[in-house]
Design a protein around this ligand. Structure first.
Ligand code: PMP
Length: 431
């Protein structure tokens, strides 16, 4: 007998803190799903939802994609985890990553994006011998100490140390500097204040952790010039943008070559795999190559994650599948539709996104930096997402969360979503 969602959640709360394994999974509403196929999730009452949450973007091809499932299943028939030497699958992943991501010559795999950015930061500090890391207000790079500050800060914490967590030493937080996205002057000011002390700049080239702030090309070019001139490492954190916006990530679209790139999430279409890649002369500073920067991880390069990554990257980069063209077309259909609806209803909104990612900010101009997003009506944003989810279109009901379209979504899904969005927005307008 299938249990009810309510029974499952109540049991979860008994054994798991808060009933979930990652804080932002706590919907606050009794959602628990028992099946995932393609673009759809099914809950314990048998109700089907169209999924735009996509496991925070980890689902790229659609849920339970049969090509990925077949590759993973096959990987279980051969060599399992050995822990000595290297496997064919690991070499194939590294070869594919180097082929797809323009800046990558050598790479290592990790199990999560957090580990990949932690490795990137440590490598940059190890290679330069410098203390400071520079990040941007609004960008998230996982939960490692060095980057755990100033993501979606409330207005009164902007410009101060705004930690993501208690339990992090002040020294760790204070060794990370925070600048404003799309604002080169704020970056230059930090270089003036800390000359020859900044090891690296890390950024999401498109800050999707606050929706979709679109980068000015001149900003990204400026960061490349400054880091080159100052002897700092430029790290693109493409954990969300990688594979999703192009086979080679956002760097393929903007033509800027970072020194190091972290990626993960959609790389294995839901299986746990991530990685760090970049210039060979930098990557060779890992202890695996005789350098001083420790590289370790029992499960790194395990066969299931490698098989999932190879299958996902193969489909995502296959010109005959045309994944990016297809999901980009559906994304544009969704954005155009939402724009028409909000304009027609006279709602202060800015519909934006990129490719397969869409969001509707509740503010009437384009935000360029996190500070601009303080104008967003957070309550309206979360309300829209919650009511869409209640109607069967899963969108994470928290402000500034983005939505993702996968290869498994159809035009009909988009059109049904737009119909529901019209009803929800009409309802919100009339309240
Ligand atoms: N970097 C970015 C840009 C992310 O969005 C995330 C996860 N949301 C991470 C790093 C951390 O990845 P993970 O959750 O796999 O540790």
């Amino acid at each position: 007998m299938p249990r009810t969602a309510a029974a499952l959640i109540s049991e979860a709360k008994e054994f798991i803190p808060g009933g979930v394994n990652s804080a932002t999974r706590n919907f606050g509403a009794p959602y628990a799903f028992r099946d995932s196929q393609g673009a759809y999730l099914t809950d314990y009452d048998g109700r089907r939802y169209v999924d735009y949450h996509a496991a925070f973007g980890a689902i790229l091809l659609g849920h339970s994609d049969e090509r990925v499932t077949a590759a993973v299943t096959q990987s279980l028939n051969g060599l399992d985890l050995v822990g000595l030497g290297v496997s064919e699958l690991e070499v194939e992943v590294a070869r594919m990553v180097a082929k797809l991501i323009p800046s990558v010559e050598k790479s290592v795999t990790t199990m999560s994006g957090t580990e990949a950015t932690m490795q990137a930061v440590r490598l940059a500090r190890g290679v330069t011998g410098r203390k400071y890391l520079l990040k941007f207000q609004g960008c998230f790079h996982g939960w490692g100490d060095a980057v755990a500050r100033n993501v979606a800060s409330p207005a009164d914490r902007i410009g101060t140390v705004d930690p993501l967590s208690t339990g992090i030493l002040e020294d760790a937080l204070g060794s990370t500097l925070v600048a404003d996205f799309n604002d080169l002057d704020s970056v230059r000011a930090l270089y003036e204040r800390y000359p020859d002390q900044i090891a690296a700049i890390i950024l999401e080239p498109v800050p999707h952790n606050v929706g979709a702030l679109l980068p000015d090309q001149s900003f990204l070019e400026g960061l490349r010039e400054i880091t080159k001139a100052e002897g700092s490492i430029l790290i693109f954190d493409e954990v969300i943008t990688g594979f999703r916006h192009a086979p080679g990530g956002y760097q393929e679209l903007c033509g800027i070559t970072p020194d190091l790139t972290s990626y993960g999430k959609s790389m294995g279409n839901g299986f746990a795999v991530a990685g760090l890649g970049g210039r060979a002369d930098l990557m060779d500073n890992f202890s695996s190559a005789g350098g001083g920067v420790m590289l370790a991880g029992t499960f790194n390069g395990g066969p299931v994650s490698m098989a999932a990554a190879i299958a996902t990257m193969t489909v995502a980069s296959d010109p005959e599948v045309g994944m990016h063209e297809y999901t980009g077309r559906l994304g544009a259909r969704m954005r155009d539709g939402l724009r028409d609806i909000t304009t027609e209803l006279g709602i202060a909104a800015h519909v934006t996104g990129l490719g397969s990612v869409f969001i509707c900010y509740f503010m009437d101009r384009e935000p360029k930096s996190y500070n601009d997003l303080l104008e967003n009506n957070d309550v309206a944003y979360a309300t829209f997402h919650r009511r869409m989810t209640d109607r069967g279109f899963v969108m994470y009901p928290m402000t500034l969360k983005r939505n993702h379209i996968s290869l498994a979504h159809t035009e009909a899904d988009i059109d049904l979503t737009l119909e529901a969005a019209r009803e929800v927005l009409q309802e919100m307008k009339s309240e």
